[in-house]
Design a protein around this ligand. Sequence first.
Ligand SMILES: [Cu+2]
Length: 94
Amino acid sequence: MRKFLMTAAIALFSTVALAQAAPVDGQVTKINEAQGKITLKHGPIKNLDMDGMTMVFAVGDPAMLKTVKVGDKVKFEADRVNGRLTVTKISKAK
Ligand SMILES: [Cu+2]
């Protein structure tokens, strides 16, 4: 029983570690402030098991949309928040 619990704990821990968001390269192609959405052309997003593509994300905080503009190259993190693919962090790439 103890061994089983240990194995389960390790499996759970690994899953959490894998799902950790990591910075992704992207480029802003559209910003919709009214709807709190941003369209990003992005590279692979490991934690979402996603290849590169152009798609719309919700943003965690509408203020994020003021910090970037269309055409900017960015670094961002994305995650599933309440079932919506959401940008949780974004900054201009240097
Ligand atoms: Cu995508």
